[in-house]
Design a protein around this ligand. Structure first.
Ligand code: NAD
Length: 432
């Protein structure tokens, strides 16, 4: 099939690369000149495992190309994916300007029937608006359908997730568009991955419901962790004890510094706003968001409790990205925590295996070359992002490098007794 994807971000690039890998001819469009020029030279805009290899292979096979030319890309396509950013606006709504700009171009330049696919995460009712914008901008009348095909990939395992999804959701109100979409994904369906076909609005809600559920589990465990701290119980064992219940399951039960990243924060807030606009209470999700914000303040207070005044104190951060295996710093808990500690007079030294360049753009810290370098002269160390390389460190060496010996485990990855045996004071979340 001839596919055009709008957006060379995490979702657009992975979608384009994987659809090319499945044998389609794909054009990926962006408005960012540097990004497009770099991609043509196989320079990736961010780190994502396996993505460069798959793009290289499909560039050689001439199944994928990158362009700034929206007009030609629209004319060429049978199916057009909109995978542009939908950031949070000042009120917490999803800013749909970028989606609507693409819809306008599609209307202006379409020359035959097209399936227009909302891949970006957009509030319920957006497909209808996209349809109206396309219609009102059409220079020549052509039939088209707008479908919703939300994306569930996780940064760090995005290629794998796209190719082996738990499910593919297709929201289509026309049988023609539904059949085209199902046939586009048949290569993935053949490997046993289910396709769920719904109406458009249901598909739009599935994406928000999914992210709200995952965020709720995280805030649930964080609230429990605070309770464990108060009474001297162990949140890790609580997670194990409830996770073995088949009705609950073991995943997304980690207490820690809270969720960050490009999706959960903005999507929970956008869901709250959309629900309110429709006259629905969103109190559960308001609490989820509030608990998430509070988690950083709670952790800051625990640091102050242990160190006293932070004036002139140096704190080492291990990990800066919002989660391991990505260089993405959007809404990373490290940013807020650093600001909170700096406001109290602390100096931050930081190291991340992949996100150093991105981190330098969005936060103030002294960059270090590895975890040991970060620990030099530190009055405390904070494990912020649970990269694997932080799991097996030489704590004897770290003890010699650090000025004082206290480890704040923001992701509960260490065994408290082992850290204490190495001569460090250990402070986790809900870990006695
Ligand atoms: P991103 O910010 O990484 O990339 C968006 C890209 O779109 C940018 O390169 C930008 O220049 C480009 N763009 C903006 N306007 C454009 C236009 N008119 N024409 C062409 N390109 C344009 O965003 P992302 O993380 O890939 O997310 C895209 C959407 O997918 C969002 O709605 C997001 O919520 C959703 N999503 C993201 C993830 C994730 O893990 N990142 C997962 C699932 C869903």
């Amino acid at each position: 099939m001839r596919i055009t994807v709008f957006g060379c971000g995490y979702v657009g690039l992975v979608t384009g690369a994987c659809l090319a890998e499945l044998g389609n001819n794909v054009i990926v469009v962006d408005v960012d000149k540097k990004r497009v020029a770099d991609l043509k030279k196989l320079k990736m805009p961010f780190y994502e495992f396996g993505m460069k290899e798959i793009i290289e292979k499909n560039l050689k096979a001439k199944r994928i190309s990158f362009t700034l030319d929206a007009k030609n890309a629209i004319k060429e396509a049978e199916v057009i994916f909109i995978a542009v950013n939908t950031p949070e606006d000042k009120e917490g709504r999803a800013n749909l300007t970028y989606v609507f700009n693409v819809a306008k171009s599609i209307g202006e330049f379409m020359n035959s029937y097209k399936v227009v696919v909302d891949k970006s995460t957009v509030p319920v009712g957006t497909a209808e608006k996209v349809q109206e914008i396309i219609l009102s901008n059409q220079k020549q009348k052509n039939a088209f359908d707008v479908v919703s095909n939300p994306e569930f990939l996780r940064e760090g395992t995005a290629v794998q997730d796209f190719m082996n999804p738990d499910r593919i959701i297709i929201g289509a109100d026309s049988s023609k568009a539904r059949d085209i979409m199902v046939s586009l994904y048949k290569g993935i369906e053949r490997t046993g991955r289910p396709i769920i076909v719904t109406d458009v609005k249901t598909a739009e809600i599935i994406k928000y419901a999914s992210n709200a559920m995952l965020s709720t589990r995280i805030s649930f465990m964080n609230q429990m962790a605070l309770f464990c701290d108060k009474v001297g119980a162990d949140i890790k064992m609580v997670a194990k004890g409830i996770g073995l219940d088949n009705r609950i399951g073991p995943r997304f039960l980690q207490a820690g510094l809270g969720y960050g990243g490009s999706c959960f924060v903005k999507d929970v807030r956008a869901l709250i706003q959309t629900m309110k606009e429709h006259g629905c209470e969103a109190d559960l999700f308001e609490a989820v968001d509030r608990i998430n914000v509070r988690q950083i303040h709670y952790f800051r207070d625990r640091i102050v409790e242990q160190l006293g005044s932070l004036k002139g104190k140096t704190i080492a951060f291990w990990g800066l990205a919002f989660k391991p295996k990505t260089s993405d710093m959007r809404n990373a808990p490290s940013i807020k925590l650093a600001e909170e500690l700096q406001a109290l007079g602390a100096k931050i030294r930081g190291y991340d295996p992949e996100a150093m360049e991105e981190a330098k753009k969005v936060m103030r810290f002294e960059p270090c070359k590895d975890a040991y370098d970060a620990a030099k002269g530190a009055h405390a160390i904070v494990l912020v992002t649970e990269w694997s390389e932080f799991r097996e460190l030489d704590f004897d060496r770290i003890r010699k490098l650090a000025k004082e010996h206290i480890l704040f485990d923001g992701r509960n990855i260490y065994h408290p007794a082992e850290i204490r045996a190495k001569g460090f004071k250990y402070v986790g979340l809900g870990r006695q």
